[in-house]
Design a protein around this ligand. Sequence first.
Ligand code: NAD
Length: 428
Amino acid sequence: MSEQTNAFEMAQQQFDHVAKLLNLDPQVAEILRWPLREYHFRIPVRMDNGTIRVFEGFRVQHNDARGPSKGGIRFHPSETIDTVRALATWMTWKCAVVDIPLGGGKGGVIIDPATLSNGEKERLVRGYIQQIWKNIGPRQDVPAPDVGTTPQMMGWMMDEYSKLSGQYTPGVITGKPVGGGGSLGRTEATGFGVTYNVREALKRLKLDGSQARAAVQGFGNVAQYAAIGFTEIIGGKVVCVSYWDRTDQKAYTVSKEDGIDPHYLIRITDQYGSIDKAAAIAEGYQIEDAGAWISKDVDVLIPAALEGQINADTVQHISHSVKIVAEGANGPTTPEADEILRGRGIFVIPDFLCNSGGVTVSYFESVQNDMNFYWTREEVLERLDKRMTDAFAAVYEMAQNEDVSMRDAAYMVAISRVTKAMELRGWI
Ligand code: NAD
């Protein structure tokens, strides 16, 4: 989605569509169409040159009927209250569809973090917490990193909150570094979550995973672990990945018909995400243009880079062999292309189900913080697998029973669960 689109209007339209399918009481819909609480504040920061600059910050809590609000804090120059509202709303549905006892929240600051020194960043994140600390907490609202924020910043935020509240409180924030209250398994969580969803979809479609082939767009955090998961957990072959080359300022697809080795490609990927083309060619890989990934003769497409990649134009290039689209990225399919995929009978695993592994392990992180007892990587991944498998099953069953798409079914499951919690608490 481009920053020009009003994301919150889009979130409300999606909600209205499903509210109609569910025959939701209009009074209940009126609660869910809007965030319950919004905080808008100003953060004065002493800059390195001695001047004071004032930044604008937001924290939005869309709905906390099922538990404390959960969602990242973005630092972005074109952040707006409507973007934060939309993202908070989507977090409510994401947490509900994967059945973790959390609500939806999101935060933001209007700033390009690349323009700040490390010290300025630290003073800004501490200032953010000073403004909002009374309204967040392990039992109220638990932020996390997002675009423009890092595990180190989460560490500073946790420290500031702990100082202000007078108690070590690691569970106030997730996405902290391992060793500083973070959880093992968080790095691979989203990509492996995508894998578990694909495995379940293959089963439902009666396709043999060991014979399955996939094409992946992207080679960042989500794509790398989705590619490892597809080869090692499902036992299939990934025939290509794609990436943005910083030197050439263009994207490429890196392919190998008999299956890529994701670990080798990770070894030849630099810290900015660019793959060493010469090293790839030397190992028998082909370098193709950016769009090549989408027209591969595969069973599964995994867009795991950017939004809007499967659109009215590119959808025409999808091979007739494709049976599943697993949305690793947020919003990779435009509504028009979604309609075409549905018409062609392609099984789409919607983003907020498919990529919910990250928030699930964030939830595990706060649970471990609350207990002050940490799980092994294997325990984390086993619990993640169970959550994702159960979430997929609930959505699949809804899709079958109501004869709707997986996307509509995911919304229906999520909205029903939030409505049920509001009812049980006597809000409606
Ligand atoms: P990332 O920055 O680690 O990776 C992005 C990848 O996309 C990089 O490999 C980059 O080279 C590639 N890319 C950029 N432009 C491209 C182009 N034009 N063509 C092909 N490849 C291109 O990001 P990520 O964390 O892997 O996130 C990817 C998507 O997944 C985003 O939509 C994000 O919102 C979503 N997501 C991420 C998480 C998470 O836990 N990381 C959770 C949920 C959703």
